[in-house]
Design a protein around this ligand. Sequence first.
Ligand SMILES: O=P(O)(O)O[C@H]1O[C@H](CO)[C@@H](O)[C@H]1O
Ligand SMILES: Nc1nc2[nH]cnc2c(=O)[nH]1
Length: 266
Amino acid sequence: MVKIAIIGGSGVYDPKLLENIREEKVKTPYGEVKVKIGTYKNEEIVFLARHGEKHSVPPHKINYRANIWGLYELGVERILATSAVGSLNEAMKPGDFVILDQLIDFTKNRVYTFYDGEGSPHERKFVAHVDFTDPYCPELRDALIRAANELGFTYHPRGTYAAMEGPRFETRAEIRALKILGADVVGMTQSPEAILARELEMCYASVAIVTNYAAGISKTKLTHAEVVELMQQKSEEIKLLLMKAVEYIPKIRRCACKDALKGATG
Ligand SMILES: O=P(O)(O)O[C@H]1O[C@H](CO)[C@@H](O)[C@H]1O
Ligand SMILES: Nc1nc2[nH]cnc2c(=O)[nH]1
């Protein structure tokens, strides 16, 4: 049973952070998932490339339910994810790390739950309304914060992520509106990924890496190439941060994530 997983977003496609890597295909009610499993300091870790190893899957077409269910099948309890984001907050500059603590979901055309009642393609045929007040696991957030602190990286211990449908980037007016609504950064993948992990009572946290200023704030045209380029520049730091954070993950789960379904099913 592998308890910890890393989901690599844009620019984070291979588990070079791990050793003794093997590939596994996991069958799920939502389709098959391909993961890599390796070790770090004798700890087994699953690595999942969110967009596929060649970034062939755009954010609005990712099979989030298969991905999260697949990690659950492997026994994963703790998920650390990376997210490349645009910044709306002048204090959060390109290259900065943001340990997300909140999200606002503006996606439109995704599938957000495992609990479709009778229609569920698995044995969990109930209705569930989980609490999502705090979308990210406090214990994993603390591990990421401690790691960033110890490594001396420029980081922000909190940040609100606006999840947009994409795959286009935002308009100037959308970024103006998101700023009024209190978003700090903007991306396209935290929803439904975070809620699906919570629905399976898995701990989830994401370290956002600011790759650009958002539309209307950036002085230059937004490009995916710029996003991947900056992520590649930061790949060493991202690897160090994730591996140091793994060392700080408590062995015993004391967070509410593990009881997310209690009271949620009526
Ligand atoms: O969130 P990750 O997977 O890092 O990807 C980010 O990078 C892409 C835009 O360049 C979008 O998919 C956005 O969500
Ligand atoms: N939606 C969105 N996602 C991003 N990922 C990296 N930069 C951006 C951005 O400006 N907008």
